[in-house]
Each structure stands twice: as C-alpha cells, then as structure tokens.
Design a binder for this molecule. Structure first.
Ligand code: DX5
Ligand code: ZN
Length: 221
C-alpha cells in the first residue's frame, strides 16, 4: 500500500486566522489541506470558495490542497478552483448531471479528480470511470458539518472500495472523511484507506502535532 496521507479539514480551523492555522497544521506534519466547499444547496451549510483557496496559495501554502466540492451544479466551480490552485478536486456524483464530463473537466484543468460517496451512495458510480479517477473519497458521515460520529458501516464499504480499486489496476487513492479520530484510524487503515481527513480531531486539540503523530502511530501498529 502507498504512503498514508493525513489531510486536516480546515472546516474546523479558526477562520479568522486561516493562513496561520494552515501553516501550523502543515508544520505539525500534515500532508494535504482538505478544503470543504459547501453551497447551502447540495448540503445545508455554507463555507468557502475559490477566493479563499487562492488566498492560501498567495499566503505561501505549497502543500497539496484537496478541494471537496459539496455543491450542485458542479461543473462551473471546476475552472475557478483549478485557477485558484487546487491540487485535487472531488465531487459527489449525485450533484453532477454528467459525471464523466465533470471528471474530464477536472483532468483537463490539470487537477487530480475524484468521486465522493455519501454513506448511502452505492459504489457502482465509479465502475465506468475508473480510468479517470485519482481518488475515491468515502464519506463516513453525512456531508455538511464537522464533528459528527463515524458511521461504522463505512468500514465494510471501505473494504469493498479497496477491492474494486485493487482489481482495477489503476493508481487510485482511497480517502475517508468524517469522524476520523486517533482511536478509530487504525481500523479505518486496516479496512483499506490510505488518505485520512480529520477536522475536529486535529483542530479542536491543543497540540496538532501530537494528534497527527498519534494518528500515524496507530496506522503503523
Ligand atoms: C463534512 C466534511 C468533513 C468534515 C470532517 O461534510 O466533508 O471534511 O470537516 O470533520 P470531522 O473530522 O470533524 O468529522
Ligand atoms: Zn470533506
């Protein structure tokens, strides 16, 4: 399996000091910045858009930025985020009228592309687009808010997704998002994930470095 990536979700960061928060979490050992985009339409919450992504790049953030689009429609956001410096752009298949086209737009814009599966969304949405995927993201909570509890059925779904990815032969990351903590990351890793989003577990802790180190230690067990 590939090297595991820890991707703190800035949804739980202090937005009044966002640049500093991102600097601190990267200095604490994070690999990727997870950037949650919510539109109060596809999900019942409203967050940040391409201008904030661009502002982080202008601030000097060079780490990969993982843009998780919880928006509908999807396509009109893709170019803006690519220009704003997104590394990954992922979207929910239910939110796009033309999944293959949205994936093609992301790739053509020079970004890594991925599909996001809600807890009850079947995995077969990936079946005919495996060649266009760089990442598959399984939601282990219903999207919209940080700080929710991990839905245990996601572990079986992770094993199923891992099998599909391995059988496909493509180089695709398996990302997990929602309720990831130090005390469950070991079993999530064992179920097949290799990219871990964690918002409240990291940003609500007094010391980001300790949490990230403890997460890596659980993965290495
Ligand atoms: C939820 C977001 C998550 C969220 C995770 O819709 O996609 O990225 O920030 O937060 P925690 O880790 O607190 O569950
Ligand atoms: Zn997310």
């Amino acid at each position: 399996m590939k090297e595991c990536l820890i991707a703190p979700s800035i949804l739980s960061a202090d937005f009044a000091r966002l640049g500093e928060e991102v600097d601190n979490v990267l200095a604490a050992g994070a690999d990727v910045v997870h950037f949650d985009v919510m539109d109060n339409h596809y999900v019942p919450n409203l967050t940040i858009g391409p201008m904030v992504c661009k502002a982080l790049r202008n601030h000097g953030v060079t780490a990969p930025i993982d843009v998780h689009l919880m928006v509908s429609p999807v396509d009109r956001m893709i170019g803006d985020f690519a220009e704003a410096g997104a590394t990954y752009i992922t979207f929910h298949p239910e939110a796009s009228d033309h999944i293959d086209r949205s994936l093609q737009l992301i790739k053509a814009a020079g970004c890594k592309a991925g599909l996001v599966f809600n807890p009850a969304t079947p995995l077969h949405y990936m079946d005919y687009v495996m060649d266009k995927l760089d990442v598959v993201l399984l939601m282990s909570v219903n999207p919209g808010f940080g700080g929710q509890s991990f839905i245990p059925a996601t572990l079986d779904k992770l094993r199923e997704a891992r099998k599909k990815i391995d059988e496909s032969g493509y180089d695709i990351r398996l990302e997990i998002d929602g309720g990831v903590k130090v005390d469950n990351i070991g079993e999530i890793y064992a179920a097949g994930a290799d990219m871990f989003v964690a918002g409240s577990a990291i940003f609500n802790a007094p010391d980001y470095k300790t949490v990230i180190e403890n997460m890596r230690a659980e993965i290495a067990k």
